[in-house]
Design a protein around this ligand. Structure first.
Ligand SMILES: Nc1ncnc2c1ncn2[C@@H]1O[C@H](COP(=O)(O)OP(=O)(O)OP(=O)(O)O)[C@@H](O)[C@H]1O
Length: 569
């Protein structure tokens, strides 16, 4: 028995797709729910890539409704910017998910709902669970199962009590709220059992002291029942929250180093609804749970009819592949084997359950980190197989249970074999991946060594060049210093020469001025002497004129005397 066969065993009544749409009440408006995860390469290359398309089966009236939900990134993933961008593309508006195999090839999967990380708990409930609860209130059996690898949000989706944030209430609480809202107190009743399957043990979370609950199998029908399971009648919403809180405290959460929130056990909440309705008499096809799983019909009492139905809400153990993911930290072989064994028991118990009218939804949860890659693919394939499961709704009178059981067992075997084949393939792929990773690591180490050697060589060269440069700089500095000295010397000499020239110039100028002064003085002396000479000449001229006049007078006197002398002759 395995996960996929398990899904087959819990198939249910499926309405037409238009009914589903009508029942959703709230539709996931794709406009308001854009796909954040969308690899550019895949989209842009959509016209050239190869696609493998896995559409929902045409005749889907009988399929298990399968919704796929992506968990938002947590703080660690946000810090590491982890996401599946290169690998997964969600197209909520088309209810499609694409898984890229490589750059040119991807697979496309269609689901009943594709819920991206922006979708709220209420929306998940409205889309996935509300139709199931509605069916349960109408007297049909229902089941919601969460499947996905550890830490992808199964428990958050199903079992969150909304203590920290009221809006985060999960499917369990919201279902009970809706069931209680529809109740006529005094007439109707709802009771719950809370169970855990870990390895092969079935634990009653409402009465853990009971130890391992016995699983009994009806030798004729093959039905599995748990006669010792506690069933507590609910008074109100608070009593349910108290029960779940107490039950959760009793859960056995084995350590998993791979993910501390991981649990390898399955948690089952069984809600039994008993409603008294007026009106139509006759047989109703329901299943009751009186300590086990068995079939019964409705009880009619004139105009009053009692409808009994039950709702299973199942939080499956993390769906990690069985091989260890990180050394010895994954599931041990025994543990993995027993997980499946407990699924066998569980799956069988659903034989009888499925024989009743039922509606089943499966929520596949996936994580936003690349470390979820392999698990994401496994979960998606599981969801796809579940979608192909046949509708189990039958009217009791028309139903051949023995054939159903045989068929189911055959399918269980077939799917077990298929699952094992798939697991082996995954195991081989992981081995190959491990080998390739080792090769890549070796190559990286070699490259690192080469890079280191190159780095050291370059470093040495750089040091040498630096040394040479330092020497050149030193030499240049010395030359520069010498040049400075020379320049200073020359400047000094030039200054000295300049000073000498200036001194000489001053001396010469002084000499010239002295000479000029002397010359001026001399000139003045000449002028004075000349003036004296002119004055003397003038004086002598005057004297000479006077002399000349005297002389002329004398000459005149002499002439006069001569004439006087001649006259007597
Ligand atoms: N839709 C969501 N929005 C916000 N937080 C979420 C959401 N889904 C999951 N988480 C958080 O992610 C963590 C893991 O979720 P959860 O425990 O539900 O995973 P799981 O699949 O049940 O894991 P396991 O198989 O180990 O039990 C929790 O801290 C939970 O609060």
């Amino acid at each position: 028995m395995n996960m996929s066969s398990y899904a087959n065993c819990i198939s249910g009544t499926i309405p037409s797709s238009s009914e589903v749409q009508a029942e959703k009440g709230i539709s996931l408006n794709t406009q308001t729910c854009p796909t954040r995860i969308r690899p550019k390469t895949m989209s842009s290359a959509a016209s050239i890539v190869r696609r493998t398309i896995n559409h929902r089966p045409k005749d889907n009236g009988g399929s298990v409704k399968v919704a796929l939900r992506l968990r938002p990134r947590n703080s660690e993933e946000l810090e590491n910017d982890a996401d599946l961008t290169d690998y997964v593309e969600l197209l909520p508006e088309m209810k499609l998910l694409r898984l890229r195999k490589n750059n040119w090839d991807y697979e496309e999967f269609e689901f009943d709902e594709v819920l991206d990380e922006t979708v709220s708990q209420k929306e998940v409930y409205d889309v996935v669970m509300k139709p199931v609860v509605k069916a349960v209130l109408e007297g049909y059996n229902g089941a919601v199962i969460a499947y996905g690898s550890a830490g992808t949000g199964k428990t958050f989706t199903l079992a969150n009590l909304g203590k920290e944030n009221y809006a985060d209430r999960g499917v369990m609480v919201r279902s009970i709220e809706d069931i209680l809202d529809d109740f006529s107190f005094g007439q109707d009743s709802v009771s719950v059992s809370y169970l855990q399957l870990y390895l092969e043990a079935v634990k009653d979370l409402l009465a853990p002291e009971k130890g391992n609950l016995a699983i009994t199998e009806d030798p004729e029908t093959g039905d599995i029942s748990l006669p010792g399971a506690t069933s507590v009648e609910l008074k109100d919403r608070t009593s349910f929250l108290d029960l779940l809180t107490a039950g959760d405290a009793n859960r056995n959460l084995p350590d998993s180093k791979m993910n501390i929130e991981s649990t390898r056990s399955h948690t089952l909440l069984l809600v039994e609804v008993r409603k008294t309705v007026k009106g139509k008499q006759g047989k109703y096809l329901t299943a009751s749970y009186d300590g086990g799983v068995s079939l019964q019909t409705s009880i009619s009492n004139d105009a009053l009819t009692i409808k009994k139905s039950k709702l299973w809400i199942v939080d499956l153990a993390g769906s990690e592949i069985r091989e260890n993911k990180s050394g010895n930290e994954g599931l041990s072989f025994d543990e993995a084997k027993f997980v499946n064994l407990s699924l066998t028991a569980l799956g069988r118990s659903f034989h009888a359950f499925a024989e009743g009218a039922s509606r089943t939804s499966l929520i596949i949860t996936i994580g936003p980190s690349l470390r979820h890659k392999v698990d994401t693919r496994n979960s998606i394939l599981f969801g796809q197989r579940a979608m192909k499961a046949e509708n189990m709704r039958r009217v009791k009178d028309d139903f051949d249970y023995e054939t159903l059981c045989r068929d189911l067992q055959a399918k269980v075997d077939q799917l077990t074999a298929e699952n094992e084949r798939q697991s082996n393939l995954v195991f081989d792929a992981e081995k190959r991946l491990k080998r390739i990773t080792e090769e890549v690591e070796l190559t990286i180490q070699k490259s690192e060594r080469q890079a280191k050697a190159l780095l050291e060589e370059s470093h040495a060269k750089i040091l040498l060049i630096q040394k040479e440069n330092m020497e050149s700089i030193k030499k240049l500095k010395q030359e520069c210093h010498q040049l400075e000295k020379d320049l200073n010397e020359n400047t000094r000499k030039f200054c000295t020469q300049n000073e000498c020239v200036a001194l000489e110039k001053t001396q010469i100028e002084d000499e010239i001025s002295r000479k000029q002064q002397e010359m001026e003085e001399c000139l003045q002396e000449y002028h004075r002497e000349l003036s004296d000479i002119i004055a003397r000449i003038d004086k002598e001229c005057i004297q000479r004129q006077s002399v000349e006049r005297r002389l002329k007078e004398l000459e005149d006197q002499m002439k006069a005397r001569k004439r006087n002398l001649n006259v007597p002759k």
